[in-house]
Design a protein around this ligand. Structure first.
Ligand code: SF4
Length: 475
């Protein structure tokens, strides 16, 4: 326990507030079946919260979107606790909001220490310090050990110092790969917001069973995060540890689980772990359903059949696009053949697919958009409102940014993301017309979302409309 802790107890009600900042549109209750497997809780902050609490740190863990708090309410709640530290999850669309919140708090508590973390922060610590002037520092990589180190320094009246901590004075830190090497040693996540999220429609319980990804997709943050800030590209918990956590929640009445892992099956070792997990679920007689994310080229019939028998009901696969120029630029290191084979296997086993698609990217053409529409129409039952206007996000620090720059298509940095333009002007026009068309269906989609049959016919209608727009654009 820090020696000055008794002193701080007299003036502060908590040592640290961990904050997921407010979003523009408040979360509303939904009954859309395709979204019930989305994890509503901020699992990363929830893990840091339980880690700090286990070390005796007094933590207030706030999720403004789930609390339905705006900026002012968030500020009021934080000020009421007079914390020594605020640790905020930095997400690129909300950087201006984070700055407003932190600057208001600092004007009331001048000695407050402010730190941001998360994947965007790990890629862009210096940029984040520029964009959010009220931040004292940015933490890179895993948050658990780093935040404990920061808290011990603060509570002992010392200047925080850690090899993965970036402050405004460059000499204060240098990058290191030291991080949480054994995920089995972490306490389970703080479930403060599980029921709140479930009441909104996020029915699932999120489970973190691994971190990182050994692949190299050029638009993706997690694999850079794991390469630059973690001891290995993919770290995993043991089956025993995962099964114990799931069994705990299952005994409390939960039967739907979503693995938050970037990639559940990146290699042979991971596939063996998955087989072991399926056997353990059956051995413990747990009647559960679960989903995870993986790549198209990791879908194998025998493995998925076994996982299906253990409860695998849905998989998210980042197909991105069918066009080879896009796949090459994205460094997916697979071909459209893998995408088609993954769809075939999942259909055969009746495992639902949530597709990750990037319809619009700098090199997209009307014909690539048309091919992706047809692929979507033939392959997937489920669809989301914005599936057909999904756009590449050019996140600073990702390799795709340099590729776009080299082609002269990169624009300005806005709200933490780079703008870019289309190489083909007709794709630009198509993007605008798709957005206008889909806007007309927005309220109908919301009304239909809980009815699978009605949703299927709405999807067919929308896709036919969009295909006609592509044909008109290419006449
Ligand atoms: S497979 Fe997924 S997590 Fe891994 S690098 Fe590609 S997009 Fe990122």
């Amino acid at each position: 326990m820090p020696e000055n802790k008794k002193l701080t107890d007299q003036v502060t009600k908590v040592d640290i507030v961990l904050l997921r900042p407010p979003v523009d549109t408040p979360f509303e209750r939904f009954n859309d079946d395709s979204k019930k497997t989305i994890i509503g809780e901020p699992l990363g902050l929830a893990l840091i919260s339980s880690f700090l609490k286990a070390s005796g740190i007094r933590v207030a863990f706030f999720d403004s979107p789930l609390e339905n708090w705006d900026e002012q309410k968030t500020i009021n709640e934080i000020l009421a606790l007079q914390p020594r530290v605020i640790g905020v999850l930095a997400r690129y669309p909300f950087l201006a909001s984070i700055e407003r919140i932190l600057s208001r708090i600092r004007s009331n508590i001048p000695e407050i220490y402010t730190i941001a973390g998360g994947q965007y922060a790990t890629l862009n610590p210096r940029l984040l310090l520029d964009l959010v002037p009220s931040l004292d520092s940015v933490g890179c990589g895993d948050g658990e050990d780093l935040m404990l180190s920061v808290m011990m320094d603060i509570l002992n009246e010392q200047k925080p110092s850690h090899s993965r901590l970036f402050s405004r004075k460059p000499s204060a830190s240098s990058r290191s790969t030291a991080s949480v090497s054994d995920l089995n040693t972490l306490p389970w996540a703080d479930r403060k917001y599980l029921t709140t999220a479930q009441n909104l429609g996020f029915e699932t319980v999120g489970i973190t069973s691994s971190r990182g990804c050994p692949f190299r997709c050029s638009f993706c943050v997690p694999h850079i995060f794991s390469r630059t800030s973690a001891p290995s590209a993919w770290r995993a918990r043991s089956v025993l540890s995962i099964a114990d956590e799931i069994e705990h929640h299952w005994k409390e009445g939960n039967s739907l689980f979503t693995f938050s892992d970037e990639h559940f099956l990146p290699h042979k070792e991971a596939k063996l772990r998955a087989v072991d997990f399926a056997d353990t679920v059956k051995y413990r007689n747990m009647e559960i359903e679960f989903m995870f994310d993986c790549r198209a080229d990791s879908v194998e019939h025998a493995l998925f059949a076994k996982l299906k028998r253990a409860g695998l009901m849905r998989v998210f696969i980042g197909f991105e696009t069918l066009d080879s120029e896009g796949l090459l630029a994205f460094q997916k290191d697979l071909s459209s053949r893998h995408n088609l084979e993954a769809v075939r296997i999942c259909k055969d086993l009746e495992i639902e697919l949530i597709p990750g698609m990037i319809f619009f990217h700098p090199w997209a053409t009307p014909m690539s958009v048309l091919a992706n529409l047809e692929f979507h129409a033939q392959s997937f039952e489920l669809f989301d409102w914005d599936d057909f206007t999904t756009c590449l996000k050019a996140i600073p620090g990702t390799p795709i940014v340099e590729r776009i720059r080299a082609d002269g298509l990169l624009g300005n940095l806005r709200n933490g993301l780079f703008e870019w333009s289309f190489k083909h002007r007709e794709t630009d026009r198509l993007f605008t017309s798709f957005n206008q068309t889909l806007e007309n269906y927005r309220s109908l989609y919301k009304k239909t979302a809980s009815d699978k049959l009605a949703l299927r016919s709405l999807k067919e209608h929308i896709i036919e409309t969009l295909k006609n727009e592509v044909r008109n654009a290419t006449k």
